[in-house]
Design a protein around this ligand. Structure first.
Ligand SMILES: C[S@@+](CC[C@H](N)C(=O)[O-])C[C@H]1O[C@@H](n2cnc3c(N)ncnc32)[C@H](O)[C@@H]1O
Length: 353
């Protein structure tokens, strides 16, 4: 694979390469367990025409959608082989109406991959905030899926890299510390004192625990909290101690806390990101917005690790990887897009190895 630069990427002599060719064929030449993270958006079934020769092996042009699912399953088998044991695959897919029927294509592919051993960790809904209405007898469709798959249950996930910092902070009012949403703990203190559902021992333990929480708010380690006390509030999801750990805690200890740490929370599985519009010269073309690539790469590819996109198009994944100080490999069947990606990459400034 020397002519493609993959070996140089693996040995850190280079930071990126673009390979023009059929992705299955090219992936077969990459050594086992060398790639940390794959982020990709294959062509959707029967949806778009790409700038490649008519007789070439374009994914998405299969007359039967079952063959599309089969072809992608075979391709992602190869992706699984080249991923490190703790690696991740982020797979963006959109659905398709055919004969007036929504096909459920993303899930057909996802279930097929799961049958082959992939572990599905998240189904991210990418809300593209699209404004167009193509049909008057159904709702507007505005989302696509981004599936996060892993190879093994223990995988690389740098959750601290993608936390969203709290927008509000605790404050001091009249000499009293208030949490980010104004909780002082006074109400809980009164509920503990008056409780007929807590023993004296449990009351003492609850007061002590509340003191500790308030101290953490004062020290800036927590920004907010809520206390649930037996007989006063209900357990968060269910009162059934067989299914809810919280309900169990309430039963055995008499209280529990929900805490919001100062280092923020993880993003949800709904992402509102407008589609990229700076590449609209070709109206059929679906380019990844850079914002969409940041969290997958930061969370599941270590610094200086390798990100690969087997359908790299204009090279968005590789561009994002380099900007985030990772290495990148892009594969695409189209010479036109591969050349576009090569030009695009020259325009970014990045740390050089
Ligand atoms: C949805 S586009 C990817 C867009 C890309 N995420 C970007 O940001 O530019 C899918 C790409 O898959 C390529 N493609 C189709 N069949 C392929 C195959 N068998 N091997 C490699 N690339 C293929 C197309 O040329 C197209 O560029």
């Amino acid at each position: 694979m020397a002519e493609f630069g993959v070996e140089q990427i693996i040995s850190s002599e280079r930071d990126y390469t673009f390979i023009c060719g059929d992705s299955l064929e090219m992936l077969q030449r990459i050594p086992d367990e060398t790639i940390n993270c794959v982020v990709t958006s294959p062509p959707y079934w029967s949806l778009r025409e790409y700038d490649v020769a008519k007789d070439s092996n374009v994914i998405g042009n299969e007359p039967d959608y079952n063959d599309y699912v089969k072809n992608l399953t075979v391709l992602f088998d190869e992706v699984r082989r080249i991923l490190t044991k703790d690696g991740s695959l982020w797979l963006n897919l959109g659905d398709k109406y055919y004969n007036k029927e929504l096909l459920g294509m993303p899930w057909r592919v996802a279930l097929s991959l799961m049958d082959k051993g992939w572990i599905l960790r998240n189904d991210v809904i990418w809300d593209q905030m699209k404004g167009t209405q193509s049909s008057k007898d159904r709702l507007r469709d505005v989302y696509e899926h981004i599936f996060h798959f892993v190879k093994s249950k223990k995988y690389y996930y740098a959750h601290d890299e993608i936390r969203i910092a709290p927008t509000k902070k605790p404050k001091v009012y009249n000499g009293e510390v208030l949490s980010a949403t104004g909780v002082s703990g006074k109400k809980y203190r009164q509920q503990i004192e008056k409780s007929q559902f807590l023993s004296e021992e449990e009351k003492a333990a609850a007061n002590l625990a509340l003191d500790e929480i308030l101290q953490k708010i004062t020290d800036g380690k927590l920004v907010d909290f809520r206390m649930t006390i037996r007989g006063e509030q209900r357990a968060f999801h269910s009162d059934n101690t067989n299914v809810s750990g919280r309900a169990k805690e309430l039963e055995t200890r008499g209280f529990y806390f929900i805490k919001m740490g100062a280092n923020g929370h993880l993003p949800s599985d709904i992402w509102r990101i407008a589609p990229e519009d700076t590449w609209r010269k070709d109206a059929h073309y679906a380019v990844f917005p850079e914002e969409l690539l940041v969290n997958p790469i930061k969370a599941t590819c270590p610094d200086n690790g390798i990100v690969l996109d087997p359908f790299s198009g204009t090279g968005s994944t590789v561009v994002a990887a380099l900007k985030l100080n990772r290495r990148g490999i892009g594969i695409d069947l189209s010479e036109y897009y591969t050349n576009l990606a090569k030009q695009r990459i020259k325009q970014i400034s990045r740390p050089l190895f």
